[in-house]
Design a protein around this ligand. Structure first.
Ligand code: NAD
Ligand code: IPM
Ligand code: MN
Length: 349
């Protein structure tokens, strides 16, 4: 039998609520098989910071890295909480994990499931994946400010894009497209960001030459937001940098039925480090503790986790159970636990 060591970071706000349901579904998905998940819980996030002053210690990072995979709910407190001014949860915890564990592919699928009410009158078939670069771009923290707070302040935030980093994420996007509808769209802003855009365009052109059966096109990021609303069916695989990918995937979540359904994987494809799976949403302090959060995004993140571990059938079964649950949703609101129970029950049936 196979034992998978899973680091679980429930986090803050609705994080623990959605993770409880995700773990329930994970157990149901593998029950009866010869795979067993062995969870270790890590208390990290705004709550931990307020209690101990720690964000992510070297010991935490070392312990997490000794697992086979990571499941994360959401971290972060109420935006603007003055007590969290020095906590640096986003950079010091979430981005530190993504960078230290070399999660260079931030995989964010978007699919409009039948029966999901969305904001588009005529959505058509929506089924695309954003391959967001995860370790470079404007997120690296390469910058600084001088004369801070004065009328003469100069604040710089430099986007870092290496040939090594761009090539590996572009190759991942093309390999993924080969297994899908064979189309890659590069999204950038090459008309203005000529250096960062230039390296992406040149590397996409070079890798495209090795994939003659994959159709390639390019959109400036501003135009891409138009097409995500007017014709999202035109996309199969989008490859883009860290910041554009962040922005596009919230929009993608919105057009496919909301942030409560959007799943993601922070992948280290080489397997040198554990990959991390998390809903795209945050800790939602406005609805925390009320059983109002939709755990579906966390549950679909479990499907991505299973797939990454090579448990394709189990992953597929979770996705199908979610699809069936979504199709059967009525207008009566259900609690977080009721949704998790219903999806787990479909897997056990
Ligand atoms: P958010 O995603 O937490 O919430 C935005 C809105 O979406 C809120 O109205 C919320 O109620 C709703 N929402 C979110 N998830 C939902 C779900 N599963 N079901 C139903 N409704 C849901 O974004 P925010 O308010 O900007 O951020 C709150 C905190 O989370 C901040 O501290 C932020 O930094 C952090 N954050 C963390 C992550 C992460 O851990 N990966 C991601 C984004 C934001
Ligand atoms: C996300 C979040 C993070 C990001 C923040 C919280 C650092 O918005 O996962 O999309 O920008 O990547
Ligand atoms: Mn985001």
């Amino acid at each position: 039998s196979r034992v998978v060591k899973l680091a679980v970071i429930p986090g803050d706000g609705i994080g623990p609520e959605v993770i409880a349901e995700a773990e329930k579904v994970l157990d149901a998905a593998v029950s009866g098989s010869d795979v067993r998940f062995e969870p270790t819980r890590f208390s990290l996030g705004a709550g931990r910071f307020l209690e101990t002053g720690d964000t992510l210690t070297d010991a935490d990072l070392q312990a997490i890295s000794e697992h086979d995979a990571i499941l994360l709910g959401a971290v972060g407190g109420v935006p603007g909480d003055p007590r969290l001014k020095d906590a640096n949860i986003e950079r010091g915890l979430l981005l530190k994990l993504r960078f230290a564990l070399d999660h260079y592919v931030n995989l964010r699928p978007s699919k409009l499931y039948p029966g999901v009410p969305g904001p588009l009158a005529e959505p058509g078939d929506i089924d695309f994946v954003v391959v967001r670069e995860g370790t470079e771009g404007p997120y690296v923290g390469n910058g600084g400010s001088i004369r801070t707070g004065t009328p003469h302040e100069i604040a710089n935030e430099t986007s870092v894009n290496t040939a090594f980093g761009v090539e590996r994420v572009v190759r991942y996007a093309f390999d993924l497209a080969e297994r899908r509808r064979k189309k890659v769209t590069l999204v950038h802003k090459t008309n203005v960001l000529v250096h960062a855009g230039g390296i992406y365009q040149r590397i996409v052109d070079a890798v495209a030459a090795e994939h003659p059966e994959v159709a390639v096109d390019y959109l400036h990021v501003d135009a891409a937001t138009i097409f995500l609303v007017t014709n999202p069916g035109r996309f199969d695989v989008i490859v883009t940098d860290n910041l554009f990918g962040d922005i596009l995937t919230d929009l993608a979540g919105a057009v496919t039925g909301g942030i409560g359904l959007a799943a993601s994987g922070n992948i280290n494809p080489d397997g040198a480090f554990p990959s991390m799976f998390e809903p795209v949403h945050g800790s939602a302090p406005d609805i925390a503790g009320q059983q109002k959060a939709d755990p579906t995004a966390a549950i679909l993140s479990v499907s991505l986790l299973l797939d990454h571990l090579g448990l394709r059938d189990e992953a597929q079964r979770v996705t199908i159970a979610v699809e069936e649950d979504i199709a059967a949703r009525g207008s009566a609101p259900r609690t977080t636990t009721e949704i998790g129970d219903a999806i787990a029950a479909r897997l056990s049936a």
